[in-house]
Design a protein around this ligand. Structure first.
Ligand code: NAD
Length: 252
């Protein structure tokens, strides 16, 4: 098992990629804090992991709330004794709205969840990682984190910021044994995708006009495999990197 005995916190783990990551980590021997705003969903994921012989606990977390972030990380320590892997995956979309259609309230909400929540969770986890001299941080960015053509203004800006934070964190803490990387998924079939205007049609139109792109949307399990690689020692020389898992959309 590739994560035997490791303690992982995964945010947004009641659904989609976070759920797939939590399940795969548990299968690989990790003890998983299944964190989500949706407690019922998180509890169902934790129960399924336990039913399969794994270790997991559900924690209700609004990543936009500092108190909840603290409770989430403190739960890993109180339940499992430490923290080894932090996956900042929770995120919300903005329905392709360009900047002219974004009001302050929506902008602030998207940044509080997608960006500030990531920063706060890293900041809370850092003392644990620094004391151990080891730790892994994985942030779910997006192809919208380095392209302006994949989402609305607030989401695009929030995910660009996540990539900047990932690179800076990887750079600043590399010599302390902490690695920080990001995954940039392309269109992937999850709940969030169903709120996008038309993820299937969007994916299909892109694949029709773009040579060399895998002609389908992704599955959450395919993103989880990247998150497993980044969490395991197999990626021990990977730091401050952004791995696109996007069928090749951003390669051209
Ligand atoms: P999803 O909607 O299936 O899962 C997101 C989860 O985050 C949900 O369980 C939701 O309850 C939770 N969540 C929402 N707001 C929260 C908050 N304030 N605090 C805690 N949890 C909260 O979507 P997904 O596609 O699995 O999204 C996971 C990540 O992947 C997000 O960061 C998203 O931006 C990113 N992403 C998704 C796609 C895609 O096409 N699906 C593409 C690129 C990036």
């Amino acid at each position: 098992m590739r994560l035997n005995g490791q303690v992982a916190v995964v945010t947004g783990a009641a659904s989609g990629m976070g759920k797939a990551i939590a399940e795969l980590y548990a299968k690989e021997g990790a003890k998983v804090v299944v964190s989500d705003l949706n407690l019922e969903g998180a509890e169902a994921v934790a129960a399924a992991i336990k039913a399969g012989g794994g270790e997991a606990i559900a924690v209700q977390t609004n990543v936009a709330d500092l108190k909840d972030i603290h409770t989430m990380i403190d739960t890993a320590v109180s339940e499992y004794g430490t923290l080894d892997i932090l996956v900042n995956n929770a995120g919300i979309m903005d329905n392709m709205a360009p900047v002219g259609d974004v009001d302050d309230e929506r902008w602030d909400l998207i940044f509080d969840v997608n960006t500030k929540g990531v920063m706060r969770a890293i900041r809370k986890a850092l003392p644990i990682f620094l004391e151990k001299g080891k730790g892994v941080i994985i942030n779910t960015a997006s192809t919208g984190g380095f392209s302006g053509a994949h989402a609305g203004a607030a989401y695009t800006a929030s995910k660009h910021a996540v990539i900047g934070l990932t690179k800076n964190t990887g750079f600043m803490y590399a010599q302390k044994g902490i690695r920080c990387n990001a995954i940039a998924p392309g269109a992937t079939m999850t709940n969030i995708a169903s709120t996008m205007s038309n993820v299937n049609e969007f994916g299909a139109s892109r694949t029709k006009v773009t040579q060399g792109v895998i002609p389908r949307v992704g599955q959450a399990e395919e993103i989880a495999q990247v998150a497993l690689f980044l969490a395991s020692d197999e990626s021990s020389f990977v730091n401050g990197a952004v791995i696109a898992a996007d069928a090749g959309w951003t390669a051209g």
